[in-house]
Design a protein around this ligand. Structure first.
Ligand SMILES: Cc1ncc(COP(=O)(O)O)c(C=O)c1O
Length: 390
């Protein structure tokens, strides 16, 4: 793969006011101007419904499948489904796997609930054991130890491993190539919530070989709220969708024949699409956003985030702040932990005084920069920490 061209700061593409230090893409991305335009154009189209043709219910959706497939290295865009949320995409997975009674589902401690509740319900129904892997307490790298603990937790009674690539609370990275290998050896399904990574980090489907990958659109995919994307592997061929939609039927683009009911579906994962997935506002927005990410490239985004965070992190560590080894965290997403005994909530007023937006999640100050940030945003955060620690 060619090394992508280095990115420069992309303030002009967004609307972030000067003086605001928005380091919180893990909460919600700001809107790209071109994505906003696509949404407005989508809204305007409803002024003139006589210009909307049957093919318009399908073409942009299929373009969106193509774009997401390119982003994750999937050769088969027809395996991409358009979903409204991660909970929807993961519930689809849970409803279509048939884990043997008594088997276990491996998840991580404090994982985002949309990849937990569907498994809790399934565990209740099928007497499964939900095996939660805690972050070990260690003097060394917490991320390395957590990865080891995850691999150890997967055994011959594991039927599903349902995990993220990066932990939403503090950006701990999980080596899902290794996890995928172990899961395959033992016949377990690998189900990934890619929400806090895909778009900002290179993802290679052929290396990880998951059974399912689900992503919300409104964070690192720079899209609108209420639209997400999922890739479903062959385990889900022939499955039962959560909804029985008409758009998932073959030939449904021939509106004269919609009344010729049929029980079969279009090939691939279209059967798992949410109803009204042709959403004429959200789909063009998400399409414009992924096309922008593809033009920048996730490699270049990750490298840009590295370049603006490196010096500030060295400085933070000199103040007694702990940060994970670079190997086991994101450059786009990481947690800062204040010295023992200092409540992160104490940072609140200093953040507010400087218009810094980060999130406090568990024991970590979660920092999530993107290409609209610059070194000065990180330096301002370090300054707030310096003042708090006195
Ligand atoms: C890891 C992760 N997954 C999923 C979501 C969103 O889930 P849903 O689309 O079900 O609301 C979030 C939101 O913070 C998240 O951090």
């Amino acid at each position: 793969m060619n090394t992508p061209e280095a990115l420069s700061r992309q303030t002009h593409g967004f609307h972030i006011p000067a003086g605001v230090h928005y380091l919180n893409c893990a909460f919600m991305s700001p809107l790209l101007r071109e994505v906003e335009e696509a949404g407005i154009e989508g809204m305007r189209r409803k002024r003139t419904p006589f210009e909307t043709a049957p093919r318009d219910f399908f073409e942009d959706s299929d373009r969106l499948r193509d774009a997401f497939a390119s982003l994750i290295g999937a050769p088969d865009p027809e395996r991409v489904a358009i979903v409204p949320s991660v909970s929807y995409g993961i519930t689809t997975v849970a409803r279509n796997l048939n884990p043997p009674r008594g088997s276990n589902v491996v998840i991580l401690a404090e994982q985002f609930p949309s990849n937990v509740y569907p498994w809790r319900r399934l565990a209740d129904e099928r007497e499964l054991v939900l095996r939660t892997v805690e972050a070990p307490v260690t003097a060394g790298s917490r991320g390395a130890a957590w990865n080891e603990a995850l691999l150890e937790a997967i055994d011959s009674s594991t039927s599903v491993v349902a995990v993220p690539l990066y932990h939403w609370m503090d950006g701990t990275r999980f080596d899902l190539e290794e996890v995928g290998k172990r899961a395959r050896e033992l016949g377990a399904a690998l189900v990934i919530d890619g929400t806090q990574s895909v778009g900002a980090v290179p993802f290679d489907l052929s290396a990880v070989q998951p059974d399912a990958l689900v992503c919300a659109g409104y964070k690192w995919l720079l899209g609108p709220y209420s639209l997400g994307l999922a890739w479903y592997g062959s385990r889900f061929d022939g499955g039962v969708p959560l909804e029985e939609t008409w758009t998932s039927r073959p030939d449904s683009d021939d509106f004269r024949r919609i009344g010729d009911y049929r029980n079969d579906y279009r090939p691939g994962a279209a059967r798992y699409d949410v109803g009204e997935r042709s959403n004429f506002i959200l789909v063009p927005m998400q399409l414009a956003a992924i096309r922008r990410i593809l033009a920048w490239s996730p490699e270049a985004i990750q490298e840009y985030c590295r370049s603006i965070t490196r010096d500030a992190l060295t400085e933070a560590v000199s103040l007694g702040v702990t940060v994970e080894d670079e190997m086991w965290r994101g450059n786009h997403l990481f947690g800062l932990r204040l010295p023992a005994g200092v409540d992160p909530a104490r940072l609140g007023p200093e953040l507010e005084a400087r218009s810094i937006s980060v999130s406090l999640r568990g024991s970590a100050i979660r920092v999530a920069p993107h290409v609209y940030n610059g070194e000065e945003d990180l330096n301002t955060l370090v300054e707030a920490i310096r003042v708090t620690l006195g």
